[in-house]
Design a protein around this ligand. Sequence first.
Ligand SMILES: Nc1nc2c(c(=O)[nH]1)N[C@@H](CN(C=O)c1ccc(C(=O)N[C@@H](CCC(=O)O)C(=O)O)cc1)CN2
Length: 300
Amino acid sequence: MTATVIDGKAFAATVREKVAGHVARLKEEHGITPGLAVVLVGEDPASQVYVRSKGKMTVEVGMNSWEHKLPAETSEADLLALIERLNADEAVHGILVQLPLPKHLDEDLVINAIAPAKDVDGFHISNVGLLGTGQKSMVPCTPLGCLMMLRDHHGSLSGMDAVVIGRSNIVGKPMAQLLLGDSCTVTIAHSRTKDLAQVVRRADIVVAAVGRPEMVPGDWIKPGATVIDVGINRIDAPEKGEGKSRLVGDVAYDSCAAVAGAITPVPGGVGPMTIACLLANTVTACCRANGLPEPEGLTA
Ligand SMILES: Nc1nc2c(c(=O)[nH]1)N[C@@H](CN(C=O)c1ccc(C(=O)N[C@@H](CCC(=O)O)C(=O)O)cc1)CN2
């Protein structure tokens, strides 16, 4: 079997188009422009790229965008004071603090300082609790993007056996909650899971989010299963020339694609959906803040 490639780049473009449509309607019918503030502390090169891309796409869909770039040595008090100002600013519907933060800053403290209704990353403890109890929440962007692609590919996920490899707060745990919400039978596997290969082999859906390059080989995959690769790992690529690198996911793409029914590539799979879902969450937050109906098809 050769897997169908789930094109996250193309799917993300359709999500952004829908977002742009909602933004245009909010402006025309209600005189409201959704706005997203992104906070970057330090000069991590990958984070700089992601933040630039977020700002550019926010503007492209017609929303207001604010980028707050702070030096790496910013104090916790100064960062919290900025978040307070953004919480109080009615033009700002979504706030995102780019992760990872420099080591001297307490990530949990900073994230939990964001007003839950503006927490478009869905990382605030209130949103985590709401999602975990099946209530309306802001949903973390990467898992939301994975869910959208799975629903689009399968229609209903009800009764499917899903294995999420990785137990991070950002991806693994919320992904498992979302799959459970769609009535999958869910297993969260991790570094201490016994006989991981056997656990993965029974899955109809495999979501790999461990951050280890090409860790999942094709012979772990049940024939016909859907493989969602969340990993974005940069590895040396001497075959491309000295000092060159390339991106790979957490699954060994060629061997998994030979067995799976469908698979997301890296790059061009889950990554682009993360930013598209951030824009979707910002429109959702704006609608909720103004007591308007939520955009259909852009939430979990
Ligand atoms: N506050 C947050 N911080 C981080 C998040 C997040 O959701 N919220 N996720 C990641 C980084 N991230 C967005 O912030 C992100 C990662 C990757 C991509 C993406 O489109 N990747 C491309 C490849 C890009 C490349 O060439 O390097 C792809 O997979 O095709 C978008 C967003 C950590 N921090």
